[in-house]
Structure formats: structure tokens, C-alpha cells
Design a protein around this ligand. Sequence first.
Ligand code: SAM
Length: 325
Amino acid sequence: MAGGAGSGHHETVMRDEVVELLARVRSGVIVDGTLGMGGHSEALLDATPEAVRLFGLDRDPGAVESSRARLARFGARVRLFHRGYEELPDVLAGEGVDGVAGVVLDLGLSGVQLASDRGFSFSVDAPPDMRFDPTSGPTAADLIRRMPERELADALRTYGELPGSARLARRLKDAARHNRMNTTAEFAAACVEVLGQRVRKMPGPTLPAQALRILVNRELDRLDAFLGALPAVLASGGRAVVISFHSLEDRRVKRSFRDLARGGGFAALTRKPDRPGEDEVDRNRRARSARLRAVERVEGSGTGTGMEGAGTGTDTGAGMSGAER
Ligand SMILES: C[S@@+](CC[C@H](N)C(=O)[O-])C[C@H]1O[C@@H](n2cnc3c(N)ncnc32)[C@H](O)[C@@H]1O
């Protein structure tokens, strides 16, 4: 299956915190921009009334299909799209929706993708692909082959914050030239040769793998595009919640939310990032590096009113009941 689910499992990160921030929505649309296995979507649909609809987006068609099955019981409340969250303004325009009451992003990759045979992890030998969307764009192996060595080194340094990036880029290019960059085992061997065994001990996706994944999926560009579009998609009173897993992402979210708040019309709901509780980290190691930030479009600000189907009958537009605010 394109974007096949594999045998992995995905434990939803900071589910309760996301629900607490968004469950007060009484009508209108909530967007889950990183549907994954549908964990946040399911919790949000369970926590909100029938009048709330959920749009779920994922670049991975396998994730969309898995979520479709999981969310089937919610019927017409759910619309799923094989689209990127950076395309949200387009998706909303296509659906005739002016502004949303809530949006959540849970960045990075799912446990299912990590365990799949799509080259995301050193521990599963597979072709180095790493595309969230296996139907488009170059794979990690393509990029290693095609990119000039210096550009590859820059990307490894920027996205992996790795010392030894120039040597690693040279080693990867050399392997690709000799047709020895066809499996994650070959990629891992090159990383270990240059960076030492410590690279294997890195928790979660190793830094070189993370750097390549960010490069392949243009993750930071997409995040920037999403953050830039927030004022256009959040209805008055609407909230955006972003969970990030490394500082390159979190820095962007922090800066963007701060700038929105300074510009007026938005209020940051998290001065410091919210972190998962100890219990959650004990249960799920992947949660360890999660940082959650949230921002709210102040009631009555901007033009993001006229929620499609919100049925509020007021000009607040965000679809939140006055009683709950
Ligand atoms: C951590 S998982 C989400 C897990 C989900 N919250 C759950 O609880 O099941 C992140 C998901 O984001 C998807 N993704 C990555 N970049 C994306 C983008 N630009 N637009 C939409 N989805 C994206 C990945 O394919 C992956 O399925």
C-alpha cells in the first residue's frame, strides 16, 4: 500500500493537554493538520458536540486511510484530506470555510512510520526513502545522489545540528557514487563510520536520519508556511496548538506566536512551552522531547468570522459558546 502502515504503533502525545485547549469549541470546524493515526482527532471528536466538525490532513495517504477506519464512527462530522497542513488555506477555500475554531499540529513522524519499511529508522533495513508522501518528490537516496556535496553538508549541519557534517556528506556522496547507498543499513554504516557508535545510541530517530527527513520533506518550509497563514485561517476566538519535537521547530513556533501576540489580535496561551507529565514520558519515550505551544485569536479581532455551518448566530464566528468563555 502506498504509505503502508507497517506493523508499528503510535501513542498519541499530550492528548489530554490538546483536548483541554480545544474541547471548549461548541460548533464550527477543528482541523487536525497532522492526522497520523487519528489519535488527537478521535479524542477531540469524543470531547466536542455533534455540531463540531473535524477536518483531518496528512501528507501520508496511508495515515489518511488508517484514520478513516478509526474515525468512521463519527460519520459526516469528519472530512479527511491527503494534503499538507501548509495547504490549509486552500483546503478551507475548497470547502467554503472562512475560518476555523481550532487547529492542532503534532509534528514529526508517527511510530507507525518509524517502524515501517520506508527508511525512517536505522533499525529497519529498507531503501532510504523517508518521504511522508510516497507519491511525490525525491527520496533521501535521490537527494544524496543529486545534491552537491556542499549543499548536503549544509543541510546536515542545519537540520541535524551535527558536527562532522562535511565529512558525513563526503562519505554519503562517495557511497552513492559506488552504488552503496541503497539501504538504511548502508546509510547507518556511513554515519557510524564518520560519527562513531554514539550515533546508534541516539534516542528516537538519530540526528543524521532526522536531518535527512527534514530535508526530504521540506519540513521547516512547510511549518513556516503554515505559521504564516494562521491569521488567515483562525476565526475570531479560535486557537492553534502546535506540538514540536526539536528546537528547530519549537523556535519557529515560539517566534511566530510571540510576533502574533505583539502585533495585536492574538494572545499566547503558553508563555513557556507545556511539557508532558512524568507519567506520560514513562509510558511513551517519544513524548520526552515534546513541547506544546498555543495561541488564541482574540475574540472580535480580525475578519475571520462567518464560520461556515457554525450556527452561532453571532459575529464571534469561532463557534464557542459564550457561556464557556
Ligand atoms: C506525530 S504524527 C501525528 C500523530 C497523530 N497526532 C496521532 O495521535 O495519531 C505526524 C504526522 O504528520 C504527518 N505530516 C508530516 N508533515 C506533514 C505536513 N506538512 N502536512 C500534513 N501532515 C504532515 C506525518 O505523515 C505523520 O503522519
